[in-house]
Design a protein around this ligand. Structure first.
Ligand code: UD1
Length: 369
């Protein structure tokens, strides 16, 4: 007798989720025993924060779109929960897969678990140990109620074990975001984005991204960072594709004319800009990982990172968030640029490993049980 495929729902909400969901959708769609159901929460909704990524990464149209939009943390998280519950009740998946650490991640975990649906967290176990970061709260809550915890780096496993998670539920699978990077790198190198932006072939430049509330919401704090960036820009012109959250504060502050502000870029063009840059200055989590694999030095404008492998093995350096600390890190980078190595299992096959874990749990495990 033919058995129906096992339904697995996948949540995608915000920009950094899309590069993780793409390889997973490819791997799961190829298995006739699994039926993936893609749910977009609409946490990010601008074309250049969302639609462009679906296009660039060849992700199928979502089966459901919750269209929640922006709001305070409580309002956004609550709205996702309210709109997700009827979708899960209707589609009855065997499991809900959530990625990363955004509000869509924690909202999905809470709703599914209370409906008795197994929760699979991909990129589990990362810890900055900084509970003022909204993402750290999302990570801790999500991991504490997840059934399967798939980790990108060894620190994730160690953190979960220390928190009392059973070893049998933790799987080191590598990094889905790096699957996407490897798949699109050649295409990115031919994108022509530098020419489009008027950058001469081979010209040296640096790339900036900033969006963390602690860095960009307070004009005084952002002013300190801009003062350091303006000094760095005297040596190296900087290009800054700006997150919508950052724009209003920057508009009120003085800025060197060697810092070029851009609209947010799509995935392919941003990857091309990273690959071609001498240094990347960022407060993003994912970009610390991407620069490590591209071999491009990264200065992280934070005091901590939940991705320590990018420092221990990769090209990343913590630069702090004061003018002095950023300029000190810049000087150290100039004297001794990091080359770095690729972390274990960041080899483009994380999608296959995730698929194997999910298949064992939901398809083979269910058949035996
Ligand atoms: C969210 C994630 C963060 C992730 C980041 C990547 C949480 C807690 N934070 O932060 O971990 O690194 O996404 O971008 O989930 N906005 C738009 N258009 C959009 C999306 C946002 O204009 O498509 C503006 C809105 O004014 C909104 C603000 O950006 O209020 C912040 O968006 P939000 O989703 O709340 O958080 P991010 O700062 O993007």
């Amino acid at each position: 007798m033919e058995t129906a495929p096992t339904s697995l729902a996948i949540i995608a909400g915000a920009r950094p989720n899309f590069m993780k969901v793409a390889p997973l959708m490819h791997a799961l769609s190829a298995d006739p025993a699994i039926k993936p159901i893609l749910i977009h929460t609409g946490q990010h909704y601008d074309h250049n924060m969302s639609g462009q990524f679906f296009q660039d990464l060849g992700i199928a149209e979502p089966d459901y779109h919750l269209e929640v939009g922006s709001g305070s943390h409580a309002a956004q998280t609550a709205e996702i929960m309210k709109r997700l519950e009827p979708v899960l009740l209707e589609s009855k998946p065997a499991g809900l897969i959530i990625v990363g650490d955004v509000n869509s991640t924690v909202a999905g975990a809470l709703v599914a678990k209370k409906l008795g649906i197994d929760v699979i967290h991909i990129e589990a176990g990362l810890r900055s140990f900084d509970r003022t970061m909204p993402e750290e709260i999302n990570r801790i809550v999500t991991d504490s109620i997840s059934d399967l915890l798939l980790v990108t780096e060894e620190s994730g496993r160690a953190n979960l074990l220390r928190e009392g998670v059973a070893e049998s539920r933790i799987h080191l699978v590598g990094n889905l975001m790096i699957d996407t990077l490897r798949r699109h790198r050649d295409q990115a190198l031919k994108s022509g984005v530098q020419a489009r932006l008027g950058i001469e072939p081979g010209a040296a430049y640096g790339l900036v991204t900033l969006h963390r509330p602690a860095n960009v919401d307070d004009p005084e704090q952002l002013g300190k960072i801009l003062s350091a960036l303006s000094e760095i820009a005297q040596e190296l012109p900087l290009y800054w594709p700006m997150h919508p959250r950052t724009r209003s504060t920057v508009a009120r502050l003085p800025l060197s004319e060697r810092i070029h502000i851009l609209e947010p870029l799509g995935y392919i063009e941003f990857l091309a800009m990273q690959a071609g840059s001498r240094v990347v200055l960022t407060d993003s989590g994912g970009i610390q990982e991407e620069t490590t694999v591209l071999g491009v030095p990264c200065l992280t404008l934070r005091d901590n990172t939940e991705r320590p492998v990018t420092i221990d093995a990769g090209t990343n350096r913590l630069a702090g968030t004061s003018r002095e600390s950023i300029l000190k890190a810049w000087a150290e980078h100039r004297a001794n640029p990091k080359k770095g190595q690729e972390p274990p299992l960041w080899d483009g096959k994380a999608g296959e490993r995730c698929h194997a874990v999910l298949r064992r749990h939901f398809v083979e495990g269910a058949a035996q049980g």
